[in-house]
Ligand binder design. Structure first.
Ligand SMILES: Nc1ncnc2c1ncn2[C@@H]1O[C@H](COP(=O)(O)OP(=O)(O)O)[C@@H](O)[C@H]1O
Ligand SMILES: [Mg+2]
Length: 268
């Protein structure tokens, strides 16, 4: 296991993407993408279908190699050649399908692939570690010996997030964590995301749900047709976000900017 030295303190810049581009043959999936992620913040990544969200996640997860641009991690230029390397460096991803084993219990799923190395834990140690982590996250799981099949969608998402935290990553990426959930379960997962942020991780949240995004995000990064199309705060209105996502030019942000310009001209 990699133990990350020099754990970043809250607010510290962990990740900086500069001019990232990704071509798939003739298709430009990403162009000139800029993205910063700090410790202890939730950055939401939003955009319409085909905007490039999944491609960007895969670049950061070490699945795809960018065709241009640079990635800086804890102040140093890095290349994320493989998923293993990204994970070892401290970038964890919870993909949309969660990849949990239905027939195994919570403990087994948390430690899947880690049973022997690096921990060499026995069943009791694993159970204690599982309970401790879930309690720290205030997760509502009835028993760590419950098979995944009997858990709700929200509880499954919780287990998948908890599993990604076991390696103590600096950054955790969540791909549409509330897409399949009802209102109450979504709220539970959003609470969990806030607790993960409060532990000092940088969270990248991909979501279609503007209410969820505005509820937990510190910053909202809009992608449109593979390019940055604005960075917003959580008090941005639903309409303004939708306008940035769809590319509608007439929106209150552009109107406000136009008003400012008029005021400035009036003063002169
Ligand atoms: N493996 C691939 N091969 C070719 N084109 C791809 C591949 N992955 C994504 N694309 C294209 O890149 C663009 C961005 O896709 P994607 O990142 O999946 O967007 P999003 O996740 O925002 O819906 C789309 O035009 C998509 O068709
Ligand atoms: Mg996608």
């Amino acid at each position: 296991m990699t133990t990350q030295s020099n754990t970043p303190s809250k607010g510290e810049l962990i990740l900086r993407l500069h001019g990232i581009g990704k071509q798939f043959g003739a298709v430009t999936a990403l162009e000139d993408i800029e993205l910063d992620v700090h410790a202890g913040e939730v950055v939401a990544l939003v955009g319409d279908n085909g905007a490039g969200k999944s491609t960007l996640v895969k670049v950061l997860a070490g699945v795809h190699q960018p065709t241009s641009g640079s990635i800086e991690y804890l102040g140093k230029p890095v290349s994320l050649d493989t998923p293993k390397k990204a994970l070892e460096m401290g970038i964890a991803t919870v993909f949309q399908d969660l990849a949990l084993c239905e027939n195994l219990d919570v403990v087994a799923n948390l430690f899947l692939g880690h049973e022997v190395n690096p921990w060499r834990m026995d069943e009791v140690q694993m159970e204690v570690r599982a309970w401790t982590l879930l309690q720290e996250l205030a997760a509502r799981i009835p028993s760590v010996r419950e098979p995944i099949a009997s858990l709700s969608g929200g509880q499954r998402q919780t287990v998948a997030i908890a599993r990604s935290l076991l390696l103590d990553p600096h950054i955790i990426m969540l791909d549409e964590p509330t897409a399949a959930l009802g209102v109450a379960q979504s709220a539970e997962v959003l609470n969990l995301i806030e607790r993960v942020r409060d532990r000092g991780h940088g969270v990248i949240l991909i979501s279609h749900n503007m209410e969820d995004v505005r509820a937990v995000a510190d910053r909202i990064v809009v992608l449109r047709l593979g390019k940055n199309n604005g960075v917003f705060t959580s008090d941005t209105s639903h309409q303004d976000l939708v306008a940035a996502i769809t590319g509608a030019s007439e929106n209150s942000v552009s109107r406000r900017a136009a008003r400012k310009q008029q005021d400035a001209e009036a003063v002169q």
